[in-house]
Design a protein around this ligand. Structure first.
Ligand code: DX5
Ligand code: ZN
Length: 213
């Protein structure tokens, strides 16, 4: 059986109790902590930066999976890495020189993820696949938690899986039903915001998304 990893997105956590929320998902069996970084330019929303990553770092040993939805990601790699990130994912649509950013992420000893928006085809990342550790196929238009899953994106997960053996992550509208479809298509890392933090039982929600019930 494939090893399925669950990465709850703290974008849907209660920010007034962020430390407790992270401890709670850790205890509930999360594998990674997904951190959504938005700049109000690449996407129409603003969220958090390295300072939040740094404050959260002592709270858990779980890997910090930083999803950069920002323009000029190359300017912020060092700050996020120093703040304690483990995996940094950039958007191919935001980066003119992907090789440069991949080099930079590796220089700061993070794993490299590359992401495509719903309207971006797999062809846009095909050339750099041998150089990355993870592909993030967005299953909503990036910007906000709580949106509906876009089933059309699943064919891209299948397409990537045919040519890529490492981690494939899906993000947006993931719940136990859509998770099952994404896993079937070839994804093995599932991001979930509302489905985890919106539930009363984080452990139960994570288990259902993983498909373990
Ligand atoms: C969307 C973010 C997602 C989002 C997921 O731009 O990248 O990580 O917070 O939230 P849900 O699971 O509620 O769609
Ligand atoms: Zn995300």
């Amino acid at each position: 059986m494939q090893n399925i990893l669950i990465a709850p997105s703290i974008l849907s956590a209660d920010f007034s109790r962020l430390g407790e929320e992270i401890r709670a998902i850790d205890k509930a069996g999360a594998d990674w902590v997904h951190i959504d970084v938005m700049d109000g330019a690449f996407v129409p929303n603003i969220t958090m930066g390295p300072i939040v990553v740094k404050s959260a770092r002592p709270v858990t040993k779980l890997p910090f999976d930083v999803h950069l939805m920002i323009n000029n990601p190359q300017d912020y790699i060092e700050s996020f890495a120093n703040a304690g990130s483990d995996i940094i994912t950039f958007h191919i649509e935001a980066e003119k020189d992907p090789l440069e950013i991949i080099k930079l992420i590796r220089y700061f000893k993070n794993k490299v993820g590359v992401s495509i928006r719903p309207n971006t085809g797999v062809a846009a990342i095909e050339e750099i696949l041998p150089m990355v550790d993870m592909v993030l196929v967005m299953t909503v238009e990036p910007g906000f938690a709580g949106q509906g899953f876009m089933p059309d994106c699943l064919s891209k997960v299948e397409e990537v899986r045919r040519i890529f053996k490492k981690d494939i992550q899906v993000d947006g509208g993931i719940n136990e039903l859509t998770a099952a479809k994404a896993i079937k298509a070839g994804a093995n890392v599932l991001v979930a915001g509302s489905a985890v933090f919106g539930s009363k039982d984080y452990a139960g929600a994570i288990k259902k998304i993983r498909g373990g019930v």
